[in-house]
Design a protein around this ligand. Structure first.
Ligand SMILES: Cc1cc2nc3c(=O)[nH]c(=O)nc-3n(C[C@H](O)[C@H](O)[C@H](O)COP(=O)(O)OP(=O)(O)OC[C@H]3O[C@@H](n4cnc5c(N)ncnc54)[C@H](O)[C@@H]3O)c2cc1C
Length: 359
């Protein structure tokens, strides 16, 4: 199989790029691991600032139609025991964000490009050919051999392509996330269905996933002494008994859907090469506090589609290095604002979780 672009990774970044390349008439194949079970829903929130990007890419209606719901603001208790009400009413031009149903949204987007998706189950190998082309061997019982001019890493935090290219990552912290789905309750003190609260050992967020379920995610650092307790959901209510409102949402039941994983900030040491690019979390992964992971996946895919067009159509050799530089600048700006946010919480400056932000 010969294509201009080989995309590896089936998440928002890879699929968005595939849709955009298809519109430009650039041939591609999207290689992905054989379908696993429906992934655990994280119920990611897209802020109002992401809506113009989706509109520009003509993806807004697809995202809206497949979202759990629109969001109009959130509450947070961060830096003081007062609840702040962040209302999107004052945002322009969109006065709402979206609580996305990532699986459903992705399935709709994949429907647009399914003819160009190829699955494999036993990994892949990359072979660089002398004249600049790349061959990917996707392994099943036999091999599927795909030749392309440009290779894309859209494998999220796994950075599977970058690992094979021996490109290292710069890791900025050790944040981990533990999420569970719990029955939805209405809180008498909170009007928005998204609530963030910091506590001595980390912070948590609870938000409505749908009419019957909330998702609650607790963040702390790898190695923190509290982590083993958070691995047992039935202990959350007692461990978080000193939180102001977070505890009200929790239940002591062990029979809930639960998932843990990395949520740290990191960036690939190289984001673009002469014939490859990294997108989304594979390029740079953000702390979920920023609510910008999905926006980053879509933005990097949109920029990648532009520079791939320039490289293939007008042999622009500067386009890929410029892509890499833009992403590095974005990551530096992100780091600055993330650290500023954490430094606004000064109540537990000397506690193990928070002191790292003040050193
Ligand atoms: C707990 C939590 C809460 C979050 N909340 C928010 C939020 O509210 N708002 C927000 O914007 N963002 C949020 N994020 C971040 C957001 O989920 C990610 O930034 C986003 O999904 C990244 O998309 P991606 O396509 O780059 O990577 P992914 O979604 O990770 O997709 C990568 C794809 O590559 C595949 N893959 C991996 N390895 C291989 C391999 N070896 N071969 C082939 N395929 C492979 C995976 O199966 C997957 O399909 C949150 C993240 C976490 C962990």
């Amino acid at each position: 199989m010969k294509k201009e672009v080989i995309i590896i990774g089936n998440g928002i970044a890879g699929v968005t790029l595939a849709v955009l390349l298809q519109r430009k008439g650039i041939s591609f194949v999207l290689l992905h691991r054989e379908e696993e079970k429906v992934p655990f829903a994280l119920g990611e929130t897209l802020p109002p600032s992401a809506m113009p990007l989706l509109e520009e890419l003509k993806l807004l209606s697809l995202f809206e139609e497949n979202a759990y719901r629109k969001t109009y603001g959130y509450h947070s208790m961060w830096g003081s025991p007062q609840v702040t009400d962040i209302n999107f009413y004052h945002q322009n031009p969109y006065k709402n964000g979206l609580k996305i149903n990532k699986h459903q949204t992705l399935e709709k987007m994949r429907d647009l490009i399914r003819d160009n998706m190829v699955s494999y189950c036993k990994g892949f190998e990359i072979i660089h050919e002398a004249h600049g082309n790349t061959v990917v061997l996707a392994k099943n019982e036999g091999f599927k051999i795909v030749q392309g001019k440009i290779l894309i890493d859209a494998t999220g935090r796994n950075r599977a392509v970058l690992q094979k290219l021996k490109i290292e990552s710069e890791i900025h912290d050790e944040l981990v996330a533990l999420s569970c789905h719990i029955p939805k309750i209405e809180h008498s003190k909170l009007t928005h269905e998204v609530y963030v609260e910091s506590f001595k050992e980390g912070w948590g967020i609870v938000s409505a996933l749908n009419e019957t379920e909330n998702i609650c995610t607790i963040y702390t650092h790898k190695g923190h002494e509290i982590l083993p307790k958070f691995k047992d959901v039935s202990q959350w209510k007692s461990v978080l008994s000193e939180t102001v409102y977070l505890k009200d949402f929790l239940i002591e039941d062990t029979n809930v859907k639960f998932k843990g994983g990395n949520a740290n900030s990191s960036v690939a040491k190289e984001i673009a090469g002469s014939n490859w690019l990294a997108l989304g979390d594979a390029a740079m992964s953000f702390d979920p506090l920023s609510s910008h992971g999905i926006t980053n996946a879509i933005y990097t895919a949109s920029k990648a589609s532009e520079v791939i067009g320039k490289k293939l159509n007008i042999a622009d050799t500067e386009a890929f290095p410029e892509y890499g530089e833009i992403m590095k600048v974005i990551f530096q700006q992100y780091l600055q604002s993330k650290n500023n946010l954490y430094q606004q919480e000064t109540r537990w400056k000397d506690a193990a979780f928070w002191k790292r932000f003040f050193q």
